[in-house]
Design a protein around this ligand. Structure first.
Ligand SMILES: [Zn+2]
Length: 434
């Protein structure tokens, strides 16, 4: 019961916020749609998503879902300068805002991925838990110091990420000779940083096995081109998993008399050892015969997957939605729509949502479906392809379209291949006079 009251409170507060905004929008006519989106994302959406993880049950009630959809409709109408009869499905496509119910589910899943260890099918690269933090004195990391004595061992490390995969390469030099070369692979969803850090770990592990007597000088210098890694290593507040693993190994090496130093090397600067590590990493990334030794996913890739999944769900809803036929002809694909930047003006909104005389007539808002030209009902098709009153503008549009396509092009093709020319055409129409 308490949660139902909360939902009423949240939706009421959002509604009040939006009413305030809509008054401001009327005064200044109007808040640009991009600004509106920013306000939505910054102020209203957090309110609507507040408590999402604990309110899953409540959202199963149609009654509560409708409250949320109603709020989103209000903001959508304001953002899109659209008509009150336009469906929320069409509006979401027009504004590019994820339908609120899907957005809430996404918020729950993101929350779970972030907070609940073991909630995801694949292990995630969570930071080290507080109780497992090392003592700050352990594994102190030294990056370049005044000590210029030659190291006994030199390690070059590098990571590589491409569409072929993620890999890392390590080359260990003893004296001037290569002592060991190591290649390993990471899960293809792992990041380049993770690969850089795994390469360092492999280097430290290899150094530990080198046969150098305890009473000899034990100095090693580890090179990386990853600034992020060096910064993270030096930051005592950074407890990322791999950073922790590096510190642990450094601490163990120090216990057996090693002095480990890290150094930054400029990538692709033709430094021979570094070039070699780079080559090994690139080879490892694409060689499926090499074992994957690291597969904890970065949270960012989990986020990305969850967001992709939201788009898939949205697409499915969009496909099965029986309303919004005109908008669907322009944008059958959600993903495609989201990749586009479209300035939504009243004209654009009217044309894409199909707010023409025929439409207004259907909703009994106007008593005549006929276009001013008296040559037929004023539909979107009529306005784009037939209306004789728009012949001048249309000849410009046709000329531009035929430069790299055919006329007539269908609505989807017009907006995907000829967006600028179509928008120019739409903006040239005086809807008040038509
Ligand atoms: Zn006409």
């Amino acid at each position: 019961m308490y949660q139902h009251t909360c939902i009423a409170y949240v939706t009421d507060r959002s509604a009040k916020l939006i009413h305030g905004l809509s008054r401001a929008a009327n005064v200044t006519w109007g808040i640009k749609h991009e600004a509106m989106k920013t306000i939505y994302k910054g102020a209203i959406l957090p309110l609507l998503l507040y408590g999402a993880p604990v309110w899953i049950e409540v959202m199963k009630h149609e009654f509560n879902r409708r409250k949320y959809i109603r709020i989103q409709r209000m903001i959508n109408i304001l953002t899109a300068k659209a008509f009150r009869t336009t469906s929320n499905e069409a509006l979401c496509i027009l504004t590019g805002l994820t339908p609120i119910i899907i957005k809430r589910e996404e918020a729950v899943r993101l929350y779970n991925a972030r907070k609940i260890r073991g909630s995801q099918p694949q292990e995630i690269d969570y930071a080290v838990e507080y109780k497992n933090w090392p003592h700050p004195a352990e594994g102190a990391i030294i990056i370049e110091d005044e000590d210029t004595k030659d190291p006994t061992v030199l390690a070059q490390t590098d990571g590589s990420k491409s569409e072929l995969g993620v890999g890392c390469g390590t080359v260990i030099y003893k004296g001037n000779k290569i002592a060991t070369q190591i290649t390993t692979r990471l899960d293809s969803k792992c990041s380049n940083n993770q690969a850089e850090q795994t390469a360092i770990i492999k280097a430290l592990e290899a150094i530990a096995t080198l046969n150098i007597p305890q009473n000899n000088l034990r100095r090693a210098k580890v090179y990386t081109d990853s600034r992020v890694t060096l910064d993270s290593l030096q930051n005592p507040r950074n407890h990322a998993y791999l950073i922790g693993e590096i510190r642990k190994r450094v601490a163990t090496l120090q216990e057996s008399n090693w002095k480990i130093k890290f150094s930054w090397v400029k990538a692709h600067a033709r430094i021979p050892g570094n070039e070699k590590a780079d080559k090994l990493a690139k080879e490892a990334a694409r060689n499926r015969l090499i074992d994957i030794t690291y597969s904890r996913l970065p949270l960012s890739s989990v986020h990305h997957d969850i967001q992709l999944d939201s788009i898939k769900r949205w697409q499915k809803e969009w496909q099965t939605c029986t309303k919004a036929q005109t908008m669907k002809q322009f944008f059958p694909s959600v993903e495609e729509r989201l990749k586009k930047k479209i300035k939504i003006t009243q004209n654009v909104s009217a044309m894409l949502t199909g707010r023409t005389r025929a439409y207004l007539h259907r909703f009994k808002i106007s008593d005549n479906a006929q276009c001013i030209c008296r040559q037929g009902d004023q539909t979107v098709e009529h306005l784009i392809y037939d209306c004789i009153l728009l012949e001048t503008q249309r000849s410009t549009l046709r000329m531009n379209v035929t430069k790299n396509g055919q006329w007539p092009a269908d609505k989807h093709e017009l907006i995907t291949k000829h967006q600028k020319h179509l928008i120019d055409y739409i903006e040239s129409i005086d809807f008040d006079k038509l």
